[in-house]
Design a protein around this ligand. Structure first.
Ligand code: GLU
Length: 371
């Protein structure tokens, strides 16, 4: 089996958060360690929050770190996503399929409707009278409407679909007093009570004739069609795993092996690393975006060394590792389950180490970036 892993960011923020980049790094390392393939997929299903700068910053970040990818958006896809022509020419990939979700809507549409045919999903039509009801009753009435369509017979649903009225599609999760058992590589079997799960949206109501998939549907379809063997992603996705596992089961597809990486904690060790800005124990502002480190004299090798140790341990007390060392030592079994803090002091020390050991010509080159 050839290992195939992906980094699948949603281009909603301006810049790559270090949490996302740590995920990219672990996927890259795992792919290289196993002579596998590492690919990039742009999960731009949330068009409202789409950020024009996001993909350019993603490419800049990966290129700066030296994490090259085997498959990903084509030159024209990159240009459409706002990447400069010069960069798109160099970093666009020639692949058989698009790695940008907004270019794959026909696939999601088809698979969502296949699930309706199989009885695993159902269409929900809006009920205009809901909006007219008292504001505090809107939510309850919307829920009732969803329930009504969940209970509709296939004949009723088909008949309503034939009228051409817009609808969204939801997954019909089992409603039983039972548990769905999902497997995470690091945690073993994780059980979720069906009663605590809801029916997630798979395909949203069309806007201007285009039905956009939800993240849940799109990434499951893509991980299947792109033959993803392992999914290394942040722990915050663990609670969505039952929906993903259930979707794979409904389609009759093998799910990839899931490895939920431990959360990165703020430098103080308290709470998940903030999205926009954070502070060290002494109150000093600590950057959360990779490009802030890049623009402030940090070296890619220091970032790689430091980030690889956030959630992974090499099994010895050494702290300084080149990417080659890490590739030699890396194994999933050495990924920890507990969160690890973004220890900015340690990162600075590592960076100093790499600066001190840098050949003079490289030092001059790096210094020129700041003149
Ligand atoms: N698009 C998701 C994100 O922004 C990817 C989650 C996953 O890897 O499944 O993190």
């Amino acid at each position: 089996m050839t290992v195939r892993v992906r980094y699948a960011p949603s281009p909603t923020g301006h810049y790559q958060h270090v949490g996302g980049i740590r995920t990219a790094l672990f996927n890259y390392i795992f792919a290289k360690r196993n002579n596998g393939k590492f690919f990039i997929r742009i999960e731009d299903t949330d068009q409202k929050r789409y950020n024009d700068n996001a993909v350019s910053d993603l490419i800049d970040s990966l290129v700066w770190l030296g994490l090259d990818w085997d498959e990903g958006p084509s030159e024209s896809d990159l240009i459409d996503l706002g990447v400069s022509q010069a960069y798109a020419q160099v970093y666009g990939k020639k692949c058989e399929q698009s790695y940008v979700q907004s270019k794959r809507n026909d696939k999601y549409y088809k698979y969502a409707h296949d699930l309706i045919e199989l009885g695993y999903a159902y269409p929900v039509f809006s009920d205009d009278s809901i909006e007219e009801s008292e504001p505090d009753k809107v939510e309850a009435r919307q829920k009732m409407n969803v329930y009504r369509w969940r209970m509709a017979t296939p004949f009723m649903s088909r008949k309503a679909m034939a009228t051409g009225q817009p609808y969204h599609i939801r997954l019909r999760m089992p409603r039983e007093d039972d548990y769905i058992v999902c497997r995470d590589y690091l945690r073993g079997d994780v059980k979720f009570n069906y009663r605590k799960l809801y029916d997630p949206v798979l395909l949203k109501t069309p806007v201007d004739g285009v039905a956009i998939p939800s993240y849940h549907l799109a990434h499951v379809v893509d991980d299947h069609l792109m033959n993803t063997t392992h999914v290394l992603r942040g722990e915050e996705w663990l609670s969505s795993l039952p929906y993903h596992k259930y979707l794979f089961d409904c389609f009759g597809w093998d799910a990839p092996i899931y490895v939920h990486l431990p959360v990165i904690l703020n430098p103080t060790g308290k709470g998940k690393m903030s999205k926009r800005e954070t502070r060290s124990g002494t109150g000093e502002a600590v950057p959360v975006f990779l490009n802030q480190y890049k623009n402030n004299g940090f070296l890619p090798e220091a970032m790689i060394n430091f980030m690889s140790l956030i959630g992974w341990n090499p099994g010895n007390n050494n702290e300084i590792f080149s990417l080659d060392d890490i590739l030699e030592l890396f194994s999933l079994d050495r990924i920890n389950r507990t969160g690890a803090k973004w220890d900015i002091r340690k990162l600075k020390n590592m960076n100093n180490h790499y600066i001190r050991h840098m050949p003079l010509d490289r030092f001059v080159m790096e210094a020129e970036r700041f003149i």
